[in-house]
Design a protein around this ligand. Structure first.
Ligand SMILES: NC(=O)c1ccc[n+]([C@@H]2O[C@H](COP(=O)([O-])OP(=O)(O)OC[C@H]3O[C@@H](n4cnc5c(N)ncnc54)[C@H](OP(=O)(O)O)[C@@H]3O)[C@@H](O)[C@H]2O)c1
Length: 284
């Protein structure tokens, strides 16, 4: 039985899913097939990951009814005219995935003609081909600006969230606006020796659980959607097995002490990062 959250438009989204960033295209079909067999129903890919076709093949060969799956992909930064290019990029993703609709379409970066892109995404939602639309990597100022100047409030903001960058205050702000927080890099991709962190390992021992399970339990217990990536079947199963224990308030408070308050990856407010991402355009 999948745990779900209800998005601001009534759509039900699994609280725990499977991410495919950095899985090479040639290994993605196998990995996603194993993830689906393990029980994952939320899949998170992106045009920029170069593996949408492989995700689509795994979906098709799984035989799982479409209505039981929740598929997310993401729009890369589009050249102007963004409205035309966004629709074209959406259709390209849909074709690669072999689907006739998406459950969630995210704007991958808060850059370029964000308003043109968002208007096109609103139209895709109204047309019924994107059941929910949202954003990723939006910092609070940009998210609130998007909300107050447009009709549809993003259903989700997918942001870097892990024990070393916890985003608790931002989660409160998003909740006030009806935006669901989703974590990317929930394990910080193993940075800062996350998987051997003594505090997390100690809490794991108290429950007979691994560090990975403690982290995923901590995220989901906070109401944060998590999408751990693994290419190994045994870890896929381990990462799903987090709903048979509960962290105490004291354990949650201990984990809160690991927060550094800053990114371990990209700072989306750093001009050098904005310039670098703008140079990584994809063809629509
Ligand atoms: N919106 C964005 O800009 C953005 C950015 C980054 C990521 N994302 C999304 O978020 C997803 C998750 O983030 P991520 O892939 O960057 O990293 P992550 O989930 O934080 O970490 C993945 C790493 O952890 C390892 N791992 C997984 N389960 C483990 C376990 N139980 N024990 C020990 N090691 C384990 C994996 O190795 P193995 O594969 O070898 O098991 C891999 O090296 C992505 O796949 C993607 O869908 C979105």
């Amino acid at each position: 039985m999948q745990k779900t959250v209800t998005l601001n438009n009534g759509v039900e989204m699994p609280l725990l899913g499977f991410g495919v960033y950095q899985i090479p295209a040639e290994d993605t079909e196998r990995a996603v097939s194993e993830a689906l067999a393990a029980g994952y129903r939320l899949l998170d890919t992106a045009a920029a990951y170069g593996n949408e076709e492989a995700v689509g093949h795994a979906i098709k060969s799984s035989g799982i009814p479409r209505e039981d799956l929740f598929v997310t992909t993401k729009l890369w930064v589009q050249d102007a005219p963004a409205e035309d290019n966004t629709r074209r990029a959406f259709e390209t993703s849909l074709t690669k995935l072999g689907l006739d609709h998406l459950d969630l379409y995210l704007m991958h970066q808060p850059f370029g003609d964000v308003y043109g892109q968002w208007r096109a995404m609103e139209a895709l939602h109204r047309d019924g081909v994107a059941k929910a639309i949202g954003v990723a990597n939006f910092y609070p100022d940009r998210l609130v600006d998007l909300i107050v100047n447009n009709e549809i409030v993003p259903a989700v903001n997918q942001i870097e969230t892990h024990p070393f960058f916890q985003r608790a205050g931002y989660q409160d702000l998003m909740r006030e606006h009806g935006v669901q927080i989703q974590s990317w890099g929930g394990f910080a991709e193993g940075k800062n020796d996350l998987f051997t962190n003594p505090l997390l390992a100690g809490i794991g021992e108290e429950h007979g659980k691994s560090v990975a399970q403690v982290v995923l339990r901590w995220l989901t217990q906070r109401g944060v959607i998590a999408i751990p990536k693994s290419v190994r079947a045994e870890r896929m199963a381990e990462n799903l097995d987090v709903f048979d224990f509960e962290l105490t308030d004291e354990q949650m408070a201990r984990i809160a002490t690991l927060d550094t308050g800053s990114s371990l990856f990209f700072d989306h407010q750093d001009p050098a990062i904005v310039t670098w991402l703008a140079g990584r355009r994809l063809d629509a």
